[in-house]
Design a protein around this ligand. Structure first.
Ligand SMILES: [Zn+2]
Length: 308
């Protein structure tokens, strides 16, 4: 049995038909702000994805849809997602009516945590995808913590440089101002006057460009400092980093690990490792949620890329 998985981001909606082995059989993308009606854009993509699956002879058993923001998984409602202008959107009911399938609705970072937990067989860990912003999945005993108000894991707004640069949230000195892919690009643009350099290029030129060096060092120190706070609070077995910055490899991981080690006096830091799925983690997490919604089994290692 296949399932449908949809990851709704601030700019793009990604959809996939996922086979029983966790392999993506077919994928689709669409802009999420189509006609300034993101709810309609999501519903349209879901219908198209179902029709594509049927055409491929892969009738789906369920669909999982994940979004950023405050998501009530039990009710299947997105309470609030600033980037999408969602307020109390009953996604489960809407998509269920459209497709006639069981629907699981989830939070993108928590879903990514579910995918990593299953793929790596991990129970207690942190997953931080470093994208436009930074939200973490805090996985305890195999389950991502939603928190009392469904706002757990908003680690992008942990203060790292008190009185530092302003954040879009209204505070100053937040982690994501310095260490998100978007934050790096913005800081580099402001300090250098060049807005055409993305976070990967900043990593590449950090050896020769002093502005890139400063922006990169501030980012890795900010992240290591925040990871020390999280390590002391939660004692994770592992910290998994994903997103474009993690693609920089040792250039990124070495200084982050060093900053974390330096900030911890009496204990060993947990291993800081790269995400198995990268940018596809939330999508695969949506597929795991869909399988569970349909009562289908999800074995340890499900969906993990082969050859690792
Ligand atoms: Zn903030």
């Amino acid at each position: 049995m296949t399932v449908l998985a949809v990851d709704v981001g601030g700019t793009t909606i990604k959809g996939a038909v996922v086979g029983p082995d966790g392999r993506i059989r077919h994928s689709l993308t669409a802009p999420s702000q189509a006609d300034e009606d993101p709810v309609k854009a999501v519903r349209t993509l879901c219908v198209q994805l179902r029709d594509d699956a049927v055409r491929l002879g892969a009738v789906p058993a369920a669909i999982g849809v994940v979004t950023p923001g405050l998501v009530d998984e039990d009710a299947g409602v997105v309470r609030y997602a600033a980037n999408l202008n969602f307020r109390d959107v009953p996604l489960r009911a809407l998509i269920g009516d459209d497709l006639g399938l069981p629907v699981a609705v989830g939070h993108d970072a928590r879903a990514a945590g579910i995918a990593e937990a299953v793929a790596q067989g991990l129970d207690d860990f942190l997953l931080l995808p470093l994208g436009t912003g930074i939200a973490a999945a805090i996985v305890v005993r195999g389950v991502p913590l939603p928190g009392a108000t469904r706002a757990a894991g908003e680690v992008g707004h942990i203060p790292v440089y008190p009185g530092g640069e302003p954040c879009s949230c209204g505070q100053k000195g937040c982690l994501e101002v310095y260490a998100s892919a978007g934050g790096l690009t913005r800081r580099y643009a402001r300090l250098s006057g060049r807005s055409d350099v993305d976070s990967r290029e900043i990593a590449t030129v950090a050896g020769t460009d002093p502005v890139a060096r400063r922006v990169w060092d501030d980012a890795t120190l900010a992240l290591g400092t925040a990871l020390a706070t999280l390590t002391l609070t939660l004692d994770p077995a592992r910290i998994v980093l994903g997103g474009g910055l993690a693609d920089a490899g040792d250039l990124f991981f070495d200084p982050v690990r060093a900053a974390l080690r330096d900030a911890l006096a009496w204990r060993e830091p947990p291993p800081v490792v790269r995400s198995v799925f990268g940018a596809r983690a939330a999508l695969l997490g949506a597929a795991v949620m869909a399988r569970r919604e349909a009562g289908l089994p999800v074995a340890d290692g499900w969906g993990a890329p082969t050859g690792r």
